[in-house]
Design a protein around this ligand. Structure first.
Ligand SMILES: [Zn+2]
Length: 263
């Protein structure tokens, strides 16, 4: 037996995320998410568990209760992504648009590691858990990060593993300069605005000039950076040799103290 249709329905907006739309649906019907899902007879208390994995039965129940086309309901969940897109799509919210959130909106776009400005209103996205006060970050860094985000999006959408690897290598290196440990994918979804922007900016920098050269000349290299370097370039011995050469020359020009740290 199908659940009764809800008294009120709301039309999904373009690119709206399923769980966000379900929350708006719940609010329109004066209940919370868990009550809504119980009414629709879906065995979960959080709509977010459906965002990445919704079966035909759940689509049917929601579409009936909300009087909305099943294909529209299905399109609100993430599906048919390239491997790079999947890796760069956050399972939990890490950034949002302040303007649109106030109106109860939640977009799929915000989950993408490459999303920078809100596609609905153009406002720059902000970290969900981050501290406010990122205004001290320079305009130059922000602009460069915005360009890097564009490069990352092209790499992910094209499904080109070479471009994706190149972007991740830039991120790995940027992380080493920020003494940020862990996986590049997580750094791109970092709640620290500075880390995320720096990593995106590095993707842009890697487009125009040898990344390593740029990085070495902008910051002295420590042991962690050295390990990150090896990790980032392990499959490219020639590139690593070139990096080593730059590091050695630089060490010689700085003096014995610096040279020791490279050995
Ligand atoms: Zn917005």
């Amino acid at each position: 037996m199908k659940p009764r249709p809800l008294p009120k329905t709301v039309a999904p907006l373009p690119d709206e995320l399923l769980s966000g739309w379900l929350s708006r649906l719940a609010a329109a019907n004066y209940c919370d998410d868990a009550e809504l899902l119980a009414h629709i007879e879906i065995d979960t208390t959080h709509g977010s568990s459906l965002d990445f994995n919704i079966d035909a039965a759940a689509v049917d129940k929601i579409s009936g209760a909300a009087r909305t086309d099943p294909n529209t309901v299905r399109s609100l969940a993430f599906s048919k992504m390239t491997l790079s897109e999947t890796l760069l799509t956050a399972r939990v919210p890490f950034q949002s648009c302040r303007e649109c959130s106030r109106r109860g909106l939640s977009l799929k776009q915000w989950r993408r590691a490459w999303a920078f400005d809100c596609q609905v209103c153009g406002t720059r996205l902000v970290q969900t858990l981050g501290k406010p006060g990122d205004e001290q970050l320079s305009e130059k860094l922000r602009n460069r990060a915005r360009r890097g985000a564009g490069v990352l999006e092209c790499a992910a959408r094209s499904g080109c593993t070479k471009r994706f690897r190149r972007a991740m290598r830039a991120v790995t290196f940027a992380m080493s300069l920020k003494s940020c440990h862990g996986e590049p994918l997580f750094a791109l979804q970092s709640h620290k605005q500075e880390v995320r922007l720096f990593c995106l900016a590095a993707i842009d920098a890697a487009q125009y000039r040898p990344l390593v050269k740029a990085a070495i000349s902008s910051s002295s290299i420590d042991d962690y950076a050295r390990v990150a370097l090896l990790r980032a370039f392990e499959k490219e011995p020639r590139l690593l040799a070139a990096v080593d050469l730059i590091a050695q020359r630089r060490a010689r020009s700085i003096g014995p103290m610096a040279a020791e740290s490279h050995n």
